[in-house]
Design a protein around this ligand. Structure first.
Ligand code: ADP
Length: 497
């Protein structure tokens, strides 16, 4: 940990970081983009540019897809599953060896507090460890066709997989898609977000050091329209994993329809946290705080709607507001409780939502203003914000804000809480805090969400399948189900007598 803080302090002092890659990673090495054009990456904690990276084009994407196709047919598809597992296991160890640099880059590039970035890097290592162990356990079935026939199934890799990665969890989203894809025998072209390009590149380099053959994992950086869109249209891509906004997800789905390419979409959320009056108050308070203020609320599965029983509402919200006000705000590399948001655009979006709510006469219990790092007066920060007594039709209750803004809705009882929770266009996650086993599981069954957390928001890890319902998307990542997302099942039936 000392190394990490030393590195963080020197990066903070210099305002830049030496040795970051500025090419795409294609065919096992860094290559210059065909346009020789660059974009700048900004430190959200100071709003200053700290490094540049290649602005990818359709030609770069074409080169990366061709490289992934070659590698699929000539080497990776036929690499023994146990050998794939060894490479992924080595990658996991190497990610941990590079923890300090990866975490500092992730914090600098995304803005998130360093301790959260460290958790994300550990999570990425864990994803590779988990799928390393799964490579040689991808078993098929046999079918009872009687004595004259023999039927069985095998799970074949889908081929070249595209991974379009968002800016809120760059390395962990990359890892949770790339690790199972490689485990299944697929090859990869990843496109990180234009505000957080670096850790995906570093991950590809680490995979190469771990022994991954050239061309199996490629990364093209650049803007969505210029580098992302050509990837979603490319006829050489067999599957697309997209994590991002609903609007972009719809574009990806449309583009994929031309070649009938498979898609896995992990889109937005507006996840409810139901707090019933028989809950353990302290764990509910901690859970709700983490659910909305971790990563400044920029989490697709953020618990952004508190639905709370009337009996405890007043005291609970007063205590939440007190805790929100006491969060230490600051530059991510200084390990604050609460960091900046990722971009000026994001800050503007969040601020717009809250201003419209204020104009509509809703009560802002705390926060509600743009702010800066108190130490430097710089950066893109938004105060931890709680909007009390929100109504089901309020824009802030219905739309994903993707920032540190919690709405509070009052429920008369558990059934009313369920009704409010399900009154939503999204269905990604839900949280439940109650001391009653029966109520917890009755609600968990009745809530329309891909995953439900009981008495600990964000419980679980890479073992637990993750994905959305309704406008939150479809398909599942993580767990063994995530591995199957990168496979196509082939059934074979034969007459044997
Ligand atoms: P945001 O609007 O918050 O930036 P997006 O959903 O647009 O979020 O971005 C998520 C990822 O999708 C990023 O890597 C971005 O570059 C990429 N992207 C944006 N537009 C497109 C597009 N038309 N086709 C493919 N990828 C895109």
């Amino acid at each position: 940990m000392q190394d990490i803080d030393k590195l963080a302090a020197s990066v903070l002092a210099e305002g830049r970081m030496e040795g970051l890659p500025d090419g795409h990673f294609i065919g096992g090495k860094y290559v210059r983009g065909s346009a020789n054009a660059f974009l700048e990456s900004f430190d959200p904690g100071t709003a200053a540019a700290f490094a540049s990276f290649s602005a990818g084009t359709a030609d770069d994407v074409d080169q990366a897809v061709n490289s992934a196709r070659d590698a699929f047919f000539t080497v990776w598809r036929d690499t023994a599953p146990a050998e794939r597992g060894r490479i992924l296991q080595r990658a996991s160890a190497l990610i941990l060896e590079n923890l300090a640099r990866l975490a500092v880059v992730e914090s600098l590039d995304s803005g998130k507090p360093l301790q959260e970035a460290i958790g994300d890097v550990r999570g990425a290592a864990r994803a590779f460890e988990y799928y390393a162990g799964a490579c040689d356990k991808l078993q098929g079935d046999s079918f009872p066709l009687g004595s004259r026939h023999f039927g069985y199934s095998i799970h074949e890799p889908v081929g070249v997989t595209a991974h379009i990665i968002p800016w809120n969890y760059p390395i962990s989203t990359a890892a949770r898609g790339i690790a199972p894809a490689l485990a299944a025998g697929c090859t990869v072209v990843a496109k990180p977000a234009e505000t957080t390009p670096f850790t995906a590149l570093m991950l590809a380099e680490i995979l190469s050091q771990a022994g991954l053959p050239d061309g199996v994992c490629n990364v093209v950086t650049g803007r969505g329209a210029e580098a992302g869109a050509p990837l979603t249209r490319h006829p050489g891509v067999d599957h697309i994993t997209f994590t991002g906004s609903v609007a972009t997800g719809q574009r990806v789905m449309q583009a994929a329809s031309v070649e009938v390419t498979r898609v896995l979409l992990e889109l937005g959320g507006k996840s409810p946290v139901i707090v019933l009056d028989d809950c353990d108050r302290e764990s509910a308070l901690q859970g709700v705080m983490g659910a909305i203020f971790e990563n400044a609320g920029q989490i697709c599965s953020a618990g952004s709607r508190l639905v709370i029983e009337r009996g405890i509402h007043g005291d609970f919200v007063a205590e939440l507001a007190k805790r929100a006000e006491s969060l230490k705000i600051g530059h991510g590399l200084r390990r604050p409780d609460f960091g900046p948001v990722n971009s000026a655009l994001q800050l503007e979006r969040i601020s717009g939502f809250v201003e419209r709510t204020r104009e509509a006469g809703r009560q802002i219990a705390t926060g509600g203003e743009v702010c800066t790092d108190p130490e430097t007066g710089k950066g893109w920060f938004y105060q931890p914000t709680i909007i009390d007594a929100a109504q089901p039709d309020d824009e802030v209750v219905r739309e994903e804000i993707f920032g540190p803004v919690l709405t509070v809705q009052v429920a008369e009882d558990a059934d009313h809480a369920l009704e409010l929770a399900n009154d939503c266009q999204y269905g990604l996650v839900a949280g439940i805090y109650t001391g009653s086993f029966d109520r917890a599981h009755r609600l968990a069954r009745a809530i329309d969400a891909g995953q439900v957390f009981i008495n600990e928001y964000f419980a679980g890890g890479i073992e637990v399948p993750f994905g959305g319902n309704r406008r939150s998307g479809f398909g599942r990542e993580k767990g063994l189900e995530g591995l199957k997302s990168y496979c196509k099942t082939k059934s074979i039936a034969a007459r044997i007598g």
